[in-house]
Design a protein around this ligand. Structure first.
Ligand SMILES: [Mg+2]
Length: 229
């Protein structure tokens, strides 16, 4: 019997290569508007986007606000006159086409399913983008539940998000449910607050700060070992 029978899996940069999807989508969105896609432009976007998502994780801004605001600020920084809402729409359409997986993601889901685990994709993100990417990926049949913050009206790390995920998955025994993710502030903080064991997927190193994940894994293969052993 696996150690855990219900597994909540973060999507971006845990199973899906979000960095690759984002890079490609940003390039297309910028070039379509006549901006050169330079390392500086990309760095500028990240410097704008990252703090806005951190503010969203804290509950300080809404997702609807941040997705447009990032392109308002980027357009301003680039000295352009684009409509930020249209810029964002185009970017999200390109992003929805980015369904590259990280190494080991397919094998992990297959092995967990083979062991009888029930899986939920548990993601903060724009629902139509996340659904498009899942649908285009080899993981589209892997999950018994897909929980997207925009659809449930709560986001990681809020307890209501995890309650919705566990309800959708039919979790009866919390001690046999685990949250897997790469982001401390949303995946691990939220999992712990919901009373779950957590696996911090940390391929690039780093310290957990004030948090104590149950396990820390450098690869998805290692994630599988913690769940199945
Ligand atoms: Mg993530």
């Amino acid at each position: 019997m696996p150690r855990y029978d219900s597994v909540l899996l973060d999507a971006d940069n845990t199973l899906f290569d979000f960095d690759a999807a984002e890079h490609a989508a940003l390039r297309r969105a910028l070039e379509a508007r006549g901006y050169p896609f330079t390392p500086e432009a990309e760095a500028m976007y990240h410097a704008i986007n990252r703090p806005l998502w951190a503010a969203f994780d804290r509950g300080d801004v809404t997702q609807d606000f941040l997705v447009v605001e990032r392109f308002r600020r980027l357009t301003e920084a680039l000295g352009g006159r684009d409509d930020p809402a249209a810029f964002n729409r185009d970017y999200l359409a390109y992003l929805g086409q980015g369904s590259q997986l990280l190494p080991g993601a397919e094998a992990l889901c297959r092995d967990l399913r083979a062991a009888g685990c029930r899986l939920a994709l548990a993601t903060n993100g724009v629902a139509r983008v996340q659904r498009a990417r899942l649908e285009a990926s080899p993981l589209k049949e892997a999950f018994q539940a897909v929980i997207i913050s925009q659809e449930v009206g709560a986001q990681k790390p809020q307890p209501a998000f995890f309650a919705a995920a566990m309800a959708a998955l039919g979790v009866r025994d919390k001690s046999r449910c685990v949250m897997v993710g790469d982001t401390l502030g949303s995946d691990i903080r939220g999992g712990i607050a919901a009373g779950l064991d957590t696996i911090w997927y940390r391929p690039r190193g780093g310290s957990p700060g004030d948090l104590s994940p149950t396990y820390t894994a450098a690869s998805l293969r290692e994630v599988g070992q913690y769940i199945l052993s």
